[in-house]
Structure formats: C-alpha cells, structure tokens
Design a protein around this ligand. Structure first.
Ligand code: 5GP
Ligand code: MG
Length: 177
C-alpha cells in the first residue's frame, strides 16, 4: 500500500515494515544481552506502543514481566503539552530493572513524566526503548537508550500510531503527504 486516507488527510508510505522488523529484532537482541541474567520489567505505554512492544517482546527469549500504562497528551496531530496518567502501573517495581516501551518520542514531555512517575517507585534502573525518535523536536534531558529509528519532524501513522484513533493497524508507517 503506497498511501492511506484517514478522515480529511492523505498519508504516504514512509517506512516499510521490513525495515522496522529488522531493527526491532536487533533491539531485542541488545536487550537479551543486557538483561538475560535478571528478570526485566517491560512497561508498555498504551495505546501507540502495542505493536512495537508485541514484536519486541516476542523476539525477547528470556524471562521478563510485561505491564501496561497509559498517558494522554495528544489531540489530532498536535501535543496538548499536558500529560496525564490514565491507566497507572499496578505492579511492584521496587528494585527491578524497568524498560519503558514507547511508540515515539517527540518533544519528550510524555516520556519525562512517565520516567518521573516510575522513578518514584524506586526501581533499580529505568531504560527507555522507543520505536521512533524525532531528534529535532526533542527538548528533554533524559537519554533514550534504545531507538528504533530517528525520523524528521513529520507526523506519522501506522505501526501502532494513530491520527485521531485511525491508522494504528497498518504495519508500514505513513507520513502526512
Ligand atoms: P511528546 O510528549 O514526546 O511530544 O509526544 C509523545 C507522544 O505523542 C507519543 O507517545 C505519541 O503518542 C504522540 N506523537 C508524537 N509524535 C507523533 C507522530 O508523529 N504521530 C503520532 N501518531 N503520534 C505522535
Ligand atoms: Mg505514545
């Protein structure tokens, strides 16, 4: 599929699933190297990261825990700047190694808030894995430890990412065209 239309907007193919898949496998291997001797806790940020998390965790071949959280900030194609916890973490993470799994880090406001909230629960360490990263938009100070792909400041959909609820199901990534 070369393009998709969501509501009033046309999106054109930007990154194919074969590229994504290859990169996700590499990150899973890096995580295996780093965490195979302990039981890491993957904390998946809903909704957008569900597809990345699924591929990443399927390729992770050692013991791990998987939990889900949800924050809200985006409306349409712009961040509101206000980040709220919608579904919190119920698991005990004190003393454990946490890997936050995000779909995309843009300004970094969302990941900063998530990081701070989880850090209050006194984990051993927190690392961040994000499928996509927009270096030119990033205003944060925390390190994004595992980056799938760095991309320009385009608005993208697909591979879990949506435009007002649509487009999450496409395994390729499309940008506003
Ligand atoms: P940040 O707080 O880093 O500015 O934004 C992070 C969140 O905004 C992401 O988790 C994602 O939900 C949303 N977001 C940022 N950039 C994009 C984009 O290009 N496309 C879509 N669909 N969502 C985005
Ligand atoms: Mg997100």
């Amino acid at each position: 599929m070369q393009e998709c239309i969501l509501y009033d907007k046309k999106f054109i193919l930007s990154i194919s699933y074969s590229e994504i898949e290859k990169r996700v496998r590499e990150i899973s291997k890096e995580l295996e190297m780093a965490y195979q001797y302990e039981t890491p806790v993957f904390v998946v940020v809903l909704n957008g990261a569900f597809m990345f998390a699924s591929d990443l965790i399927k390729n992770y071949g050692f013991n791990c825990e998987v939990h889900f959280i949800k924050y809200s900030s985006y409306e349409g194609i712009q961040s509101t700047g206000q980040v709220n916890s919608v579904i919190g973490l119920t698991a005990e993470i004190k003393g454990k190694s946490i890997i936050i799994i995000e779909d995309i880090v843009d300004t970094g406001i969302t990941i900063q808030k998530i990081y701070e909230d989880l850090n209050k629960q006194d984990p051993k360490e927190i690392k961040i894995a994000s499928m996509f990263f927009k270096p030119k938009a990033y205003r944060g100070s925390i390190k994004i430890d595992y980056i799938g792909m760095s991309i320009p400041n385009d608005f993208i959909v697909g591979y879990g990412l949506d435009y007002d609820g649509l487009g999450r199901n496409y395994k390729d990534v499309f940008k506003l065209g």
